[in-house]
Design a binder for this molecule. Structure first.
Ligand code: SF4
Length: 364
């Protein structure tokens, strides 16, 4: 299988959010330069199949870089971004301005993913996010004026002190924005996060389900269709890069904590920035056997509304998934969690919500 997607991890953040368990470090100007240098070496070492379809610069906070560092990154990615279909970068409102937007536009970025989480200033403070609703609105307006026509925002529900009224207010603002994509996550209390140390009680499953249904319905009425458990898009604006993960295509990942998938191999980069900038990062190579590869493919694809393409599955593994997983599939069709349509195995709304339980049956 060709490898047509590239992920670049920028781990720097100016502040650390209370719920975060991503691979990140505090921004330090000197270290950021050292990181960029090693990153560009790692980039050059990739046996890339040109042209690449998607490039995604994530973090961390890529916009934590100063102007010169962002320009450096854009310059070094230029040879890889020629002919790319989707070229996306994650940005945080408090570290963006018009000049940085222009750098990204000139660099060829054609999709912005903005970390918003909520538009309610009092809630943002509670999770240690250092931007305001006004900054987000200004950033979106400036980006649109510069010609960015594919803008995604991240939102969250289940935040500390967040009420249904807050969520309704967030959705009312979304309706005014003319954006194309929303990633809407339920807050998951991860280990070793500040919220966990503060003994925050996340939503119970009933509350979570109720809010999820409300958000789905409201976004659908605004023209956003849910194409993945946590992702909504106007037609034609689904995240092409993330679809590569969910279709279990190959991809390269560079930078600390990044991961590549090349056929049955998973290559994980070390999470230590010190090791990385000292060229000591030992990659961990996991060789998946056929069963693991097929299971992981199913696990990723069932997150999508379109589900698993059974014909492609057969083409890749010479196995008929409906025969191989017959027991799990029938059990979950009977309890209303799975269905087969147009040669795709897909979850129902109930199945999407109970996906972890559904997948356990595929492991048996
Ligand atoms: S900005 Fe993103 S990566 Fe950085 S601490 Fe917050 S959630 Fe984590």
């Amino acid at each position: 299988m060709e490898t047509k997607s590239l992920y670049i991890h920028i781990p720097f953040c100016e502040t650390i959010c209370k719920y975060c368990d991503f691979c990140k470090v505090y921004y330090d100007k000197k270290q950021a330069w050292q990181y960029l240098e090693v990153l560009s070496q790692e980039l050059r070492s990739l046996p890339v199949d040109f042209p690449i379809n998607t490039i995604y610069i994530g973090g961390g906070t890529p916009s934590a870089f100063n102007d010169e560092q962002l320009e450096y990154l854009m310059d070094h990615l230029k040879p890889y971004s020629q002919g790319v279909k989707e070229y996306c970068i994650e940005v945080n409102p408090e570290s963006m301005d018009l000049y940085k937007l222009k750098i990204l536009k000139l660099g060829g970025i054609n999709r912005l993913s903005i970390g918003v989480q909520t538009f309610q200033n009092h809630l943002l403070k509670g999770i240690d996010r250092h931007h305001s609703q006004q900054q987000v609105l200004r950033l979106i307006k400036q980006a649109q004026q510069l010609g960015f026509s594919n803008i995604s925002i991240d939102l969250m529900y289940g935040l500390p002190q967040q009420t249904l009224t807050d969520i309704k207010e967030d959705l009312k603002i979304v309706a005014t924005l003319n954006i194309q994509h929303i990633s809407y996550y339920s807050l998951i209390l991860e280990d070793h996060t500040i919220l966990q140390y503060e003994h925050y009680q996340p939503l119970d499953s009933e509350q979570e389900y109720g809010l999820n249904v409300y958000i789905d319905d409201t976004l659908r009425n605004m023209g956003f269709y849910q194409y993945e458990i946590s992702n909504y898009a106007k037609e034609g604006y689904e995240s092409q890069h993330n679809l590569a993960y969910w279709h279990y295509d190959n991809y390269y990942g560079i930078g600390i904590g990044a991961c590549s998938k090349i056929d049955h191999l998973i290559i994980e980069n070390s999470r230590s920035i010190t090791n990385y900038i000292n060229h000591n990062a030992k990659n961990k190579v996991i060789e998946q056997d056929k069963e693991e590869t097929m299971f992981n493919h199913i696990m990723m694809s069932l997150r999508l509304n379109e589900g698993l393409d059974l014909e492609r599955f057969y083409h890749l593994y010479q196995e008929d998934a409906t025969v191989l997983y017959q027991k799990a599939i029938h059990k979950n069709i009977d309890r209303g969690c799975l269905e087969i349509r147009n040669n795709h195995l897909m979850t129902t709304k109930k199945g999407m919500y109970l996906l972890n339980q559904v997948l356990l049956d595929f492991l048996e």
